[in-house]
Design a protein around this ligand. Structure first.
Ligand SMILES: Nc1nc2c(ncn2[C@@H]2O[C@H](COP(=O)(O)OP(=O)(O)OP(=O)(O)O)[C@@H](O)[C@H]2O)c(=O)[nH]1
Ligand SMILES: [Mg+2]
Length: 469
């Protein structure tokens, strides 16, 4: 890192354009452990071909490695014996994932054979890559910024279409672009302030409080707009939190099992069967739903059941949507009525259960769905309603969502600094006092893209990656 901008005596640190990283050739198995069609052993570093050339023997007589071509050959061990045949692909830096020379050996997909190839490569001058080191080099070589590198993990871990599409937008640099715009505006404010301080009465027209305020408001609106997407971003990442509530024996666990398509929770005709919360992830029409079964609500003297009921209350608090279950075969009791009243102002769907049995016929909200966990009656309608609520919580299909908690926290910090600068402007504080907050906001936003970030933070992020990524 080196200081590139000096504003009112304070340094703003920027990541250097290129770093000397490439001397060491790193190598790892980039495909998951276990058996598969193929496995890939990847090398990166300016001397990657030197190492690769020592273990790879082409089938051609006169062989010269040409970039972005695939070559058939054999991969050899330390004694020159063939380990496997392989396809070797050579990517010449800087047009490669890491920005350095990259070689990939595509071999047969067995853990043992991949291990032997890796061993051979390590024995010929490469060293084992640390977790995320390929992506870290891509970051340090300017191929990806930090938020794009984080999007790579999000793509790997995404478990719904929405999460995958959103991570793709991050990888394409949509968030980076928005952050870049906000930072440019802050940088221009800092530059104007600096000029006004350095040349108070001279050629440079002095910036007015009104101008600073206008620019700050614009940036604040942009940052606040991104913060507004974080709730939807959480739903896209973790799924809509849907909690099943109702008195014991109403059929909560049976419904969870029906929706999950497997026997996840214990079902019994004994009231108070479920004690702990039981969570399953559902992917309904491409959106993720985290469904939570709870202990039935009733007054109890059983210590364990009381602990379960306390957990139910906590789950209700955290829910994005409640599924309130009422047993259709019996007369509603006090617990049912209390539950219907207490959840009236929450986002909820009322479900009348055991539709396959003779119904008691109580008066319930008109939009209640009659369901049977036994015959699946009403389940398709419930699934459609769940997907609709989840989609509505996530917002328009092509909008960019902030899903990463680190980004959300930095956006909050940046907004707070911008607001603090704005109130200093309103109170006509000295320009250099205002510049301190503007600079802090600029740096916070820079940490999102990794423009201004400590190596500790970057290392911590890349250490979450798997080896070979
Ligand atoms: N006929 C019929 N029986 C059902 C249906 N749903 C649940 N049951 C029965 O109702 C009883 C209680 O079901 P559970 O799913 O364990 O009820 P619960 O709400 O989870 O109960 P607790 O865990 O005690 O709070 C079991 O005997 C189920 O087989 C249904 O749709 N139709
Ligand atoms: Mg249960």
């Amino acid at each position: 890192m080196s200081p590139v901008t000096e504003v009112t005596g304070l340094m703003v640190y920027e990541k250097e354009e290129s770093q000397v990283w490439s001397q060491e050739v790193i190598a790892a198995i980039s495909t998951p452990p276990g058996e598969g069609g193929i496995a890939i052993v990847r090398l990166s570093g300016d001397k990657a071909w030197d190492v690769a050339g020592r273990v790879f023997r082409s089938r051609r007589h006169s062989f010269a490695p040409r970039p972005w071509r695939v070559f058939l050959g054999d991969i050899l061990d330390g004694r020159g014996e063939r380990i496997d045949e392989c396809l070797c692909t050579y990517f010449k830096g800087p047009k490669s994932f890491t920005g350095e020379d990259v070689v990939e050996f595509g071999i047969h997909g067995g853990a043992f054979v991949a291990g032997r190839v890796l061993e051979s490569v390590l024995g010929h001058g490469a060293r084992l890559a640390a977790p995320g080191e390929f992506t870290k080099r891509a970051f340090l070589n300017g191929r990806l910024d930090l938020s794009q590198a984080e999007a790579v993990i999000d793509i790997i871990r995404s478990n719904s279409d929405i999460a995958l599409r959103n991570a793709g937008r991050h990888l394409q640099g949509q968030l980076s672009g928005e952050i870049g715009e906000a930072r440019s505006l802050l940088l221009s404010i800092m530059a104007q302030i600096e000029a006004s301080i350095d040349f108070p009465e001279h050629d440079v027209p002095s910036v007015t409080y009104g101008e600073i305020s206008h620019a700050l408001n614009k940036t604040a609106a942009q940052v606040a707009g991104l913060i507004d997407t974080t709730r939807a971003g959480r739903v896209a990442r973790e799924g809509l939190k849907v909690v099943l509530v109702g008195r014991p024996n109403v059929g909560k666990s049976s419904l969870l099992n029906r929706l999950a398509g497997r026997d996840r929770a214990i079902v019994a005709d004994i009231a108070g069967t479920t004690r702990d919360t039981v969570e399953v992830e559902l992917n309904i029409e491409g959106v993720l739903i985290s469904l939570v079964d709870t202990a039935g609500l009733r007054e109890s003297i059983d210590v364990i059941e009381c602990l379960g009921i306390a957990r139910t209350q906590a789950a209700i608090e955290q829910a994005d949507l409640l599924l309130v279950l009422i047993d259709g075969t019996v007369e509603p009791n006090k617990e049912d009525m209390t539950l219907l009243q207490s959840t009236a102002k929450r986002r909820r769907i009322v479900l009348v259960t055991k539709e396959d049995l003779p119904q008691h016929g109580q008066l319930l909200p008109t939009d209640a769905i009659y369901i049977s966990a036994l015959t699946s009656r009403g389940i398709p309608e419930l699934r459609a309603r769940l997907a609709a609520v989840a989609r509505a919580s996530i917002g328009p299909e092509n909008s960019l969502l902030v899903t990463n908690l680190r980004h959300a926290s930095l956006l909050h910090d940046a907004l707070q600094k911008i607001e603090s600068a704005s109130s200093s402007v309103t109170e006509h504080w000295d320009l250099d006092v205002i510049a301190i907050d503007v600079r802090a906001a600029y740096e916070r936003l820079g940490e999102i893209r990794g423009d201004t970030v400590s190596m500790d933070v970057a290392n911590q992020i890349f250490s979450q990656f798997c080896i070979g990524k």
